[in-house]
Design a protein around this ligand. Structure first.
Ligand code: URP
Ligand code: ZN
Ligand code: ZN
Length: 475
């Protein structure tokens, strides 16, 4: 049945206006004022914002890491995402050294296919360059529409790739129209600092931060940008935490390089002192790169506002405190890295950004939905409210004040990283391709209803936009 969303304040990355949206066959069919459609179900959105569904370009669901597996899988993770206003995720498909890339992609399809309740795509994590990898990559990019490749410069002896691998991936990305994503930290030096700290008996969670100093994130970011320049390629730096890394991205962008950056909600609202919480509670706040000194938060907000950073991903990678984070009780380096963020990304950015006057409402939409869709080959199908786009819509009540908590969240994990934080605004109803997944704050979706997204190549949208009309055509 068609749906008519009436009288909401429609917000895109460019505009804010009161209007109606007619949804037909999962797509936005019409936008106007005073629209009528006798056969359509009327959805009253008066007093609410009508946002495009959030696009989260950085999630780890059902992922093995640090000797365990993330608590949230594609079912609980995407349900939580939907409650939080996110309708599209791009998850990281973990490849294994020496094994075909296609095996990893099939594993990720098996993890997600009958579980996801929102739409999803995959990035491919690549940690080695072999003849087989080089042969297989173009096929994966073409057939699977996986047009982003992730390289780790940290996690020595586990996921870390060397500079040659990063450079080669940048070359492949240039040739194939893909975007290289990089976890930028100097893994070799960090490995040394960790061994030094442990040898001195420094085992508590705070040493996770102290052995991964900001200067090593800045150094790796600058190195990745330099290799991008050499390869004349494109780079997206994930989870930027600090001024040192922002400066390197800004410098690269000033030179005209295609270098982009993402930060995450945790780096905008939490800081290094959280790792000092007693009774091992600091382990809940172990991310890599780590939470930084508080003054970095303002640098990140400024960078989002002025366009030095483009997007905010959740980096959802959840582990229970009990039994999982506790693996590192005697050794901080064994604490599984990551936290539960998929559900609160959208609301935290609205509340801390728009409500507190740090971001305009249009900039918020850009950061939370539009920029990610553009960079990862999904725009304008995803990330905006426009005629012909998927009807992925969040009806958001800005008047609600609520407290984030593990008691009320929908992730499976046993703690909330933002426990006790007050936020303004709440996604009330969420639609994916015109179907309610969340309706009046209740889950009404169906596991398996999320669709896999075959993404376009990097830069394809721009190429299509300037395509010449056929000779003799009217154009
Ligand atoms: N960020 C983090 O600590 N865990 C997830 C894996 C990664 O993105 O590095
Ligand atoms: Zn990472
Ligand atoms: Zn991550």
């Amino acid at each position: 049945m068609r749906k008519l969303i009436k009288s909401g304040t429609i917000v895109t990355a460019a505009d804010t206006y009161i209007g109606d949206i007619l949804i037909d066959n999962g797509l936005i069919a019409m936008i106007g004022i005073g629209l009528n459609a006798n056969d359509a179900e009327i959805v009253d959105a008066s007093g609410c914002y009508v946002f495009p569904g959030g696009v989260d370009p950085h999630t780890h669901l059902d992922m093995p890491f640090g000797g365990t597996v993330t608590r949230d899988d594609f079912e609980s993770g995407t349900i939580a995402a939907a409650f939080g206003g996110t309708t599209t995720i791009v998850d990281f498909c973990l490849t294994a050294k020496g094994k075909p890339l296609a095996d990893a992609v099939q594993t990720w399809h098996a993890k997600s296919g009958d579980k996801a309740v929102i739409d999803y795509g995959f990035h491919l994590m690549v940690s080695e360059v072999t003849d087989d990898v080089l042969l297989e990559l173009p096929r994966i990019i073409e057939e699977e529409g996986i047009t982003s490749l992730k390289v780790f410069m940290a996690y020595k002896n586990v996921l870390q790739a060397d500079d040659g691998t990063l450079y080669r991936m940048l070359q492949v990305a240039k040739e194939q129209g893909a975007l290289v994503m990089v976890h930028a930290e100097n893994g070799d030096v960090i490995d040394y600092l960790i061994r030094e700290a442990l040898a001195a008996g420094n085992t508590a969670p705070i040493y996770h931060a102290l052995t991964r100093p900001a200067v090593l994130e800045g150094e790796a970011t600058g190195r990745a940008a330099a290799l991008t320049e050499l390869a004349d390629s494109q780079l997206y730096v994930v989870h930027v935490t600090c001024a040192e890394a922002v400066w390197k991205i800004a410098e690269a962008r000033k030179k005209g390089l295609r270098v982009y950056g993402e930060t995450c909600p945790q780096y905008l609202v939490l800081d290094q002192t959280d790792l000092e919480k007693p009774d091992f509670e600091g382990a809940k706040y172990v991310w890599s790169p780590p939470l930084r000194e508080k003054w970095n938060q303002q640098v990140l907000w400024d960078a989002l506002w002025n366009g030095q950073l483009q997007a905010v991903g959740s980096d959802q990678c959840s582990f229970d405190f009990k039994g999982q984070k506790e693996l590192g009780i005697d050794d901080f380096s064994k604490i599984p890295n990551g936290g539960p963020t998929i559900e609160d990304r959208f609301s935290l950015l609205y509340s801390e950004g728009v409500h507190k006057g740090r971001l305009s409402i249009n900039k918020f939409v850009d950061i939370i939905a539009t920029a990610g869709a553009k960079l990862f080959g999904l725009f304008p199908q995803k990330g905006t409210i426009a005629i012909g786009s998927d009807a992925d819509i969040v009806i958001f009540d800005p008047s609600v004040e609520r407290t984030l908590s593990a008691e009320t969240h929908h992730m499976k994990v046993d703690y909330n990283a933002f426990e006790g934080m007050q936020v303004f605004g709440e996604p009330v109803s969420v639609l994916v391709r015109g179907e309610f997944v969340i309706r009046d704050r209740a889950f009404v979706g169906k596991p398996g209803s999320g669709r896999y997204l075959h993404r376009r190549r990097f830069g394809d949208a721009e190429k299509q936009a300037v395509k010449k009309p056929p000779a003799g055509g009217s154009g």
